[in-house]
Ligand binder design. Sequence first.
Ligand SMILES: [Zn+2]
Length: 412
Amino acid sequence: MLIKYNLIKGFWGTVFCIALVLVILELAAGTSGTANAATDIVGICVDGKMVVFADQKPIVDDNNRTLVPIRFPAEELGATVDWLNASRQAKVKNKNHATLPDSDILLTIGKKEVMVNGMTRVMDTTAVIMGKRTMVPLRFISEYMGASVKWDASTRIAFVFTRGQTEEEMNLIMTEKAADHHIPADRVKNIKILMYHEVAIPPKYATENTNQLYVEPAIFEQHLDILKKNGYNTITLRDLYQHWEYGKPIPTNSIILTFDDGYRSMYDFVMPELIKREMVASFFIITDKFNHSGYVNESMIQEMHRNGMEIASHSHSHCDLRNADLEIELNQSKTLLENIINDNVYSFCYPCGLYDKNTIDYLAKCGYKVAITVNYGEALINQNIYELKRIRINREDQIETFSKKVAPPGKP
Ligand SMILES: [Zn+2]
């Protein structure tokens, strides 16, 4: 069977498409971990005009490449699409476009090889069928459209130029758009969020893996002293969110200390050591664990909160959130903590760093403002606010390696 679409030529659709491809390529290059790159927020600017996404939402596949319904590029590009049902192939022809060269593309569902203008090219992902839609990877399209694309990491805008602009003209447009979309100058762009678990001497039964979660108290004290000596000022994740979102002032050289799991040592040892040094931290509580021995209880949580510590959620049962009852794990754990501290809970920490797009959507729905992962690196203002990276502090982080990890911020 041969289905033929005769489609209207659409210049903006063409360039929009190319832009989309390249934006996602950039995203793919810059992300890691378990999450879906599509959750990052990006803008697209075509020849100086910002493009608004309508209902044609791309998906990101397992190879971190963006797929769009084939009718989208077809309709918007002014191309003809023939669907060859027997061979499960799609034939895309683009001819006599105002500014872009002709192209003739034959792709096969599930295959990386594509015929482009009679030559075989290999994509790093494949077209697929989802429901009734043929979804095609956009990357290869960009390679034959002859547009120039530039990426501005600070504004996360992909700039697409289709009219043969000079380098100078492209820079003028980028500077102008960057000014419209700039991050306010008073905002800190990158910050280190340190990740701790238990601060104690590991028990004899600790395995090699769990051993790593322990930092010995004497070493921990040294860590805090190093931070002081380096001129760091501690803030909470909630402070960071309010700074980024509303411009709430934070001290120079801010750093964030986070403690996962809510162990009893947080109250017995960590909090007093922080208070001694006029420091604060964010503590992530597993709500079905508190009041159990070895973990903080309600009155301890209240006292920590009174002392300026941030109380935040680490889920109810510390399970894999990709397959869990999110109402209990995210919403109820938040409400439970809020009732104890009589304050809002802003922050969330994914148990074992496991989450997906659905988890992020649910967090937002519950009113969480910020979430942290176990992906290594500095947190950046243009990272997804629900996917902030952290710097893991291990048992083996003695003075030298710790000092390296908290060396004054440079370029991320
Ligand atoms: Zn944990």
